[in-house]
Design a protein around this ligand. Structure first.
Ligand SMILES: *Cc1c(COP(=O)(O)O)cnc(C)c1O
Length: 414
């Protein structure tokens, strides 16, 4: 997919629009499976929350992936996309026992991350095997906003509470089929990750008949040229060796599971937006686009860097710009960016727009959510229509205010 293809997509489907390159998703999937080729049972469960369009889920299915889901609705989406229940892992945090029971009824793999629900679920449904989410208290990343392994994290059952888990298992007769961790969204240091894996192996030895160990995700992808990224090949080599050794000692060939979201889809996505206005101020040149944090919130929420290019004028002379949105709050996509000269009406392309971009979009300022396009086998396919005014009004119930006032009775002794 080149610049001309993207411009053509912008022309055909309008702006703003998300575009996903199926080829990039496939090559990332293959890179990961290839890194772990020495493990006999490798399962990749794509984390639906990163990008949950049904066509993307179907693409994942065609590659051989299962799904990692965090809500009952994501489970239902997976089933609607044609996944069988046993290929769906349900890893919620802080949901009701009722919702977990619903997921169990649908037949998906259940992952429980607190002792209260573990005990209640085990008492009521000892016949349903469950996986437990462990917090090894290891931070495998630098950014505190997205590391979930630290001591005060709300995620997982503390590694120090394993004795209590064992007590619950014994008293309820429930069966633990997997051990899981997901320590954060940025695996920078492979040794730290391997250290956390050792804690997982130690934990696993407490349980007799496991089927899998799930190492979650957190693979880092590059956002800029020369950005640090997880060395998947090195991780694959080291963890595979250690995993195979563990299985030998454990006496059973377990499955090694991962739940990549960002790694599979981040770099495959582009966000296209049109420039509404170029505005010179005393201190900068603003390029105001037909979008805002209602469509792409990561720069404002996480301070994430998304590379921006002007695909309408690639040969133009470069200048420094502040690229901003149209929301009535500060919504800066990028400050002091060197971009080839921007003219009103030009199309800007944002990179790394596959993960946590559309899936976090909203209708703030009563704007429509963008269209989504999948670039598959050298052709553009619309996979989500742009919203319309009907979508803004949907589910709103109009109250006849005049009538309400008339019917209101004033209490006697008010
Ligand atoms: C969000 C999430 C993932 C995916 O994380 P990425 O950083 O996008 O790869 C995996 N597992 C669980 C439990 C998650 O909540």
């Amino acid at each position: 997919m080149n610049r001309t293809d993207l411009l053509q997509i912008a022309q055909t489907y309008g702006n703003p629009t998300y575009v996903y390159d199926a080829h990039k998703i496939t090559s990332q999937y293959e890179r990961l499976t290839n890194a772990f080729k020495n493990v006999s049972n490798l399962k990749l469960h794509y984390a639906v929350k990163a990008l949950s369009n049904v066509s993307i889920l179907k693409l994942m299915k065609s590659l051989g992936a299962g799904l990692d889901t965090v809500s009952i609705q994501e489970v239902q989406l997976g089933l609607a996309a044609g996944f069988s229940a046993e290929d769906i892992m349900y890893t919620p945090n802080g949901v009701s026992l009722r919702e977990i029971e619903h997921a169990a009824q649908l037949g998906v793999k259940i992952n429980i991350d607190n002792l209260s629900i573990l005990e209640q679920f085990g008492s009521k449904h000892p016949e349903v095997p469950v996986c437990i989410r462990i917090n090894p208290h290891v931070m495998a990343g630098g950014n505190h906003n997205i590391s979930v392994g630290h001591i005060d994290s709300k995620f997982g059952i503390s590694i120090h509470q394993i004795p209590h888990v064992l007590r619950i298992v014994e008293l309820t007769g429930m069966h633990i089929n997997g051990i899981h961790m997901h320590t954060g969204s940025d695996i920078l240091d492979i040794d730290v990750f391997l250290y956390a894996s050792e804690i997982l192996f130690n934990t696993a030895n407490n349980f007799k008949n496991l089927d899998f160990i799930d190492f979650g995700s957190g693979f880092k992808v590059p956002y800029k040229k020369d950005d640090i990224q997880t060395n998947i090949e090195e991780l694959g080599e080291k963890l595979s060796t250690r995993f195979n050794e563990f299985c030998k000692n454990y006496g059973k060939e377990l499955s090694l599971n991962f739940e990549p979201g960002k790694f599979l889809v981040s770099e495959a996505g582009y966000f296209l937006a049109e420039v509404n206005v170029v505005k010179q101020t005393t201190s900068t040149v603003f390029a105001g686009i037909d979008s805002g944090f209602n469509h792409l919130i990561r720069p404002m929420l996480y301070n994430s860097y998304h590379h921006i290019e002007n695909i309408s004028n690639p040969e133009g002379r470069e200048r420094y710009y502040s690229v901003v949105g149209y929301i009535c709050e500060t919504d800066t996509f990028g400050n002091n960016r060197r971009i080839s000269e921007i003219r009103e009406g030009d199309i800007l392309k944002f990179n790394n727009a596959g993960a946590y971009c559309f899936s976090m979009a909203s209708n703030y300022n009563s704007r429509y959510r963008p269209a989504e396009v999948l670039w598959y086998e050298n052709e553009a396919h619309l996979i989500r229509k742009r919203e319309t005014f009907d979508d803004i009004l949907r589910n709103q119930v109009e109250v006849n205010l005049a009538t309400t006032k008339k019917e209101k009775k004033i209490p006697k002794n008010a």
